[in-house]
Ligand binder design. Structure first.
Ligand SMILES: [Zn+2]
Length: 243
């Protein structure tokens, strides 16, 4: 059986003498592992398709539930991510988040589209890639069923200003005096609101100025939130935040 699909390489691991196993994110079949024979040989034609970040149309041969890549046509390699350490870690953070929120047989079309858009945004960002990464993380948690909801206090319903709390279980914010979530600064909250506004054109309140410090703090909060719901290690996001 042959299966043809656009896919993004989330991970790659060497095995054998010249072979590599890739973990692919596909729209129709979710996350699948596929062997690539001989791709580590000098001049191997499909070497490009065995690298993380590669977005290509893959042709896979399927036998007994195992996939082997037989052809690949490149859409985008995102090679620019390798030229800047922060962009590289942010891109790798996108991949590990996809890994955490996907499974074999689970349709992942929207996650795949969001990830490819995010990698493009990170690659072409002027300066720090936090804004594109934050938008992706918010979209990813929403697709996974753990949306982050910005707005009035989730407990007392009051308007909030300054410091707040974020409840890891519900993904909602409260005032500093309500609930027992983790403390969150005003700039973090503003960065999240601005990211929600950029994507949906709406957010409770208005005129949230986003700054790099707030975006970085918001990425840190989202990393903790994803880890809370998935037990994923998210080492690339950890590396990004320690630069
Ligand atoms: Zn409150």
């Amino acid at each position: 059986m042959e299966y043809k699909a656009d896919a993004l390489v989330l991970r790659a691991a060497d095995y054998g003498e010249n072979d590599r196993m890739v973990t692919l994110l596909t729209a129709g079949r979710g996350k699948i592992g596929a062997g690539m024979k001989g791709v580590r040989k000098a001049g191997a034609k499909l070497n490009f398709a065995s690298q993380p970040f590669c977005f290509a149309e893959y042709v896979l041969a399927e036998r007994g539930g195992r996939y082997t890549v037989t052809q690949a046509a490149l859409h985008e390699g995102f090679y620019g991510l390798r030229l800047d350490l922060a962009k590289f870690y942010a891109g790798a953070g996108v991949l590990e988040t996809c890994d955490a929120f996907s499974a074999e047989g689970m349709p992942c079309g929207e996650l795949l589209v969001s990830a490819v858009e995010a990698l493009s945004g990170i690659e072409t960002a002027n300066g720090a890639p936090m804004s594109a990464l934050l938008s992706f993380l918010l979209r990813a948690v929403e697709l996974a069923g753990y949306p982050v909801t910005a707005g009035d206090c989730a407990v007392c319903g009051g308007k909030m200003a300054g410091r707040r709390r974020f409840d890891m279980a519900s993904g909602r914010f409260t005032c500093a005096g309500c609930g027992n979530g983790v403390p969150v600064s005003g700039v973090t909250y503003d960065a999240i609101c601005a990211a929600v506004e950029r994507r949906t054109g709406r957010c409770e309140g208005e005129g949230h100025p986003s700054c790099l410090d707030g975006e970085t703090r918001a990425v840190r909060l989202l990393k903790a939130y994803i880890a809370y719901h998935t037990d994923a290690e998210l080492t690339a996001l950890t590396d990004l935040l320690s630069l």
